[in-house]
Design a binder for this molecule. Structure first.
Ligand code: CP
Ligand code: NVA
Length: 302
């Protein structure tokens, strides 16, 4: 079964196949050319336990462009909300649909769904990872910088689910990933150790300014993710804002990425996110193209 659960599950070659397909299909779509319809006559269930703008719309549109029918299923409207098991939900949905995407709180929910589904399952964000986002981010980096290998990418802020998928990507591609996170918000030691053992070039910094110096891509995300307690986060993250001062330390042609939604004035200033070095809307667009490639790859194996 070809699931798409995490970046770490794939070889560099397979990820590159998906990135190449995403770029080719994007170019064909822009040129108005016919593209493949691997989901023709097929349906895809999209389960959401959390809100979404980009993931929901890009999957819904992407599935339609691939010839399929998307089914938007809010978890609270499913029997899951009344206690039906994930296992039974996986078995039943597999009798109707040809693939399932899921955005859920616990990563375990994703793994249980995948273990009991007989159709491909795609991770549309969990508390632990967001691999579809990172595929779009890698596509954006390739578009802007021409390559991934040899690049320096700097993650500023929370060592959260998006950071975790970046770390997994660093284990598969030849870029250096610098991480500047406030004390207490670093990614798990276990994940860092795994990535280093897989060959990732990871460098941890206490200072955002030092981490950004000479970097070609600055990446950030919200300080308070869905499901997080606010606690003292606003205070703790204040020195880790992506602002003009920080961007000036980066390479002259540096780009800024943010998965969105963004809180202007908190993790990133309006001046930077709306400025000439921001690639965030290309990045958001690339969710569509990257996810079409992911779904096409999943369907090709079934
Ligand atoms: N970046 C992202 O996943 O956005 P949504 O929460 O809007 O889907
Ligand atoms: N880290 C954020 C990403 C949102 C797309 C969250 O989990 O809320």
């Amino acid at each position: 079964m070809r699931h798409f659960l995490d970046i770490r599950d794939f070889s560099t070659e397979t990820l590159q196949v998906m990135l190449d397909d995403a770029a080719a299909t994007k170019a064909a779509l822009k040129a108005g050319a016919e593209t493949a319809k691997p989901l023709a006559g097929k349906s895809v269930a999209m389960i959401f336990e959390k809100p979404s703008t980009r993931t929901r719309v890009s999957f819904e549109v992407g599935i339609t462009q691939l010839g399929g029918t998307p089914l938007m299923l809010s978890a609270q409207d499913l029997q899951i909300g009344r206690g039906e098991s994930i296992e039974d939900t996986a078995r039943v949905l597999s009798r109707y649909v040809d693939a399932i995407t899921i955005r859920c709180f616990a990563h375990e929910t994703l793994l249980t769904l995948a273990a009991h589904a007989s159709v491909p399952v795609v991770n549309a964000l969990t508390e632990r990872s967001h691999p579809c986002q990172i595929m779009a981010d890698l596509q954006t980096m390739i578009e802007r910088h021409g390559a991934l290998d040899g690049q320096i990418v700097t993650w500023i802020g929370d060592g959260n689910n998006v950071a975790a998928s970046w770390i997994e990507a660093a284990a598969r591609f030849g870029f250096q990933l610098r991480l500047a996170c406030p004390e207490g918000y670093a990614p798990s030691a276990e994940l860092l150790a795994w990535a280093r053992a897989e060959g990732a070039d990871l460098v941890l910094y206490d200072s955002a300014i030092e981490a950004a110096t000479g970097s070609q891509t600055l990446v950030t995300d919200v300080w308070i993710s869905m499901g997080d307690e606010e606690g003292s986060r606003r205070e703790d993250f204040r020195p880790f804002q992506v602002n003009r001062e920080l961007l000036e330390m980066a390479a002259g042609d540096a780009i800024v990425l943010h998965c969105l939604p963004a809180w202007r004035g908190m993790e990133i200033t309006a001046e930077v996110i709306d400025g000439p070095q921001s690639a965030v809307f290309d990045e958001a667009e690339n969710r569509l193209h990257a996810q079409k490639a992911i779904l096409s790859w999943c369907m090709a194996g079934n």
